[in-house]
Design a protein around this ligand. Structure first.
Ligand SMILES: [Zn+2]
Length: 179
């Protein structure tokens, strides 16, 4: 099923799975090694050591590229109604935000921060509130995204009809009143 917004659904955050800093570093390092092995081949000719090095470097680089492609085709969306995971634009998994309603942030949002070139970057996991399995892992995201993700379980009561709404809702899901 292709991803489509439902009535009154708004996207609060959207991101590719991402490859992360160390994977990009890895591609750089292995690429350099490949270049050096190639250079040695050109200057000294082909021998077993050079070919073994070349095969290893190519294998690692193919692995990294596959990893990078995967990070680019898997996409996450947080809407005011659900978390949706798509692969090539098709929905592979979705979780209603109701699952996290009223749960403490510390229980479902795990992240660690790193600093490389500029501000803090986060690797984040959002956990299923019951099984505590990660429903998504996202790499290399910024501080303002963390602020949004922290609101996943937050709810507000409509002042007109007392219906419980996600904080992401601009209008009440029941009566349409402005929240
Ligand atoms: Zn209402």
């Amino acid at each position: 099923m292709k991803f489509k917004l439902r009535p009154n659904e708004t996207v609060e955050w959207r991101s590719k799975k991402g490859t992360g800093f160390w994977a990009r570093m890895g591609i750089g390092v292995v690429g350099t090694l490949l270049f050096l092995v190639g250079f040695q081949f050109l200057s000294e000719g082909w021998d077993t050591k050079v070919s073994a090095g070349l095969i290893l470097a190519i294998a690692i680089i193919v692995g990294y590229i596959a990893y990078a492609i995967r990070g680019n085709v898997i996409e996450y969306r947080l809407t005011n109604q659900r978390i949706v995971i798509t692969t090539f634009g098709r929905v592979t998994k979705e979780y209603p935000l109701k699952m996290w309603e009223g749960k403490p942030v510390s229980q479902y949002l795990k992240y660690h921060v790193s600093y490389h070139g500029g501000g803090p970057r986060y690797n984040v996991s959002i956990l299923h509130p019951k099984t505590l399995d990660a429903v998504l892992h996202c790499k290399d995201i910024n501080e303002s995204t963390i602020t949004i993700l922290k609101k996943i379980g937050h709810i507000v009561k409509c002042k007109y009809c007392q219906t419980t709404n996600s904080v992401f809702n601009a209008r009440c899901s029941h009566c349409g009143g402005v929240i």
